[in-house]
Design a protein around this ligand. Structure first.
Ligand code: GLU
Length: 304
């Protein structure tokens, strides 16, 4: 991580502290020190089920570890805390729940938007929890869990900018991530925009801050994370561009592991952990309350 990027996270955490008057951005939760690894949370009350050795669950249990691809620069879903080196966020909390249910250690690796599917197909990651939208195209390449969060497509600009909606993006320089759903959305909805495709969202943030682009377009929660870091930015009012149901990504055809993950998700949502994570990473900043999504994978992609 470059100096600038590190400074930015320090600023983000400071901003969180200011906003809350308390310890920054989820720091209240006890975490094991170290590069991204953490001990199983105290939330699991029943000992993990022992799975057959020939299942993905059994193999992960034998290894004692699950490799989860997450974002490192997208607070509040996945980011590297500059003061502790820990990987934190809404996606990470769900990852912990999965690791706990297996009784293994989570190992987090950075999966930028464009790496997510290759990391699953080539076995670099066992699971992707990286603000990844379930869609028809992706379902052809990997399996998805049921949706664990529903984000919406929005536009961000500097406060007082003259963009009032997607129709105003013509001729504007707009940043989004390579390999994200917005590559296509923007080409379709704003064909006259000058698209700036970058590897990671922290680059978009930097570009909009220093005037290198006029706007950033991606999921509302990612853009909200940018505003938490820099309140000279704002969301463009108006209609949401898209609906983006986030799913966990795993190897194509691994039905048992998909069912296992959906079981973990169901419990995570019904026992209050989902709501607690929402409150911790989003609700306390936005003042909004939310319920876990009720849709299944088939509701999102009927042919999946
Ligand atoms: N949810 C969208 C996607 O999966 C945008 C966020 C991202 O790039 O991580 O492509």
């Amino acid at each position: 991580m470059g100096q600038q990027r590190t400074r930015r996270w320090a600023a983000a955490l400071a901003a969180c502290s200011i906003a809350l008057g308390v310890a920054a951005c989820g720091d209240e939760e006890e975490e094991a020190p170290g590069a991204g690894a953490s001990t199983p949370a105290a939330t699991s009350t029943t000992p993990p089920e022992k799975f057959a050795a020939d299942t993905t669950m059994g193999k992960l249990q034998k290894k004692g570890e699950i490799t989860i691809g997450v974002k490192y620069d997208v607070p509040p879903f996945g980011f590297k805390n500059p003061s502790t080196g820990d990987i934190e966020g809404f996606d990470i909390d769900f990852g912990k729940a999965v690791a706990d249910a297996l009784g293994v250690k989570p190992k987090y690796i950075e999966a930028i938007s464009d790496n997510r599917i290759p990391f699953i197909t080539d076995g670099t990651a066992d699971l992707i929890l990286s603000t990844m939208t379930i869609n028809e195209e992706r379902v052809k390449e990997i399996n998805f869990t049921d949706p664990y969060f529903i984000a919406k497509g929005r536009i961000l600009q500097k406060k007082g900018g003259d963009i009032g909606g997607v129709e105003d993006l013509a001729g504007k320089r707009v940043c989004t991530a390579l390999g994200s759903t917005y590559e296509e959305t923007l080409k379709k909805e704003a064909p006259k925009a000058k698209l700036r495709l970058v590897d990671s969202y922290s680059e978009c943030l930097e570009l909009v801050q220093n005037g290198g682009v006029d706007a950033v377009s991606t999921d509302d929660v990612i853009l909200t994370g940018m505003i938490i870091q820099d309140d000279s930015l704002e969301l463009v009012e108006g209609e949401e561009l898209t609906t983006e149901p986030y799913g966990g990504g795993l190897k194509k055809g691994d039905t048992e592991f998909t069912e296992f993950l959906n079981g973990v998700l169901e419990k995570y949502e019904s026992d209050g952990r989902w709501k607690a994570a929402y409150q911790k990473w989003l609700g306390q900043y936005t003042g909004e309350k939310a319920e876990p999504p009720t849709q299944t994978l088939e509701d999102v992609v009927p042919a999946a």
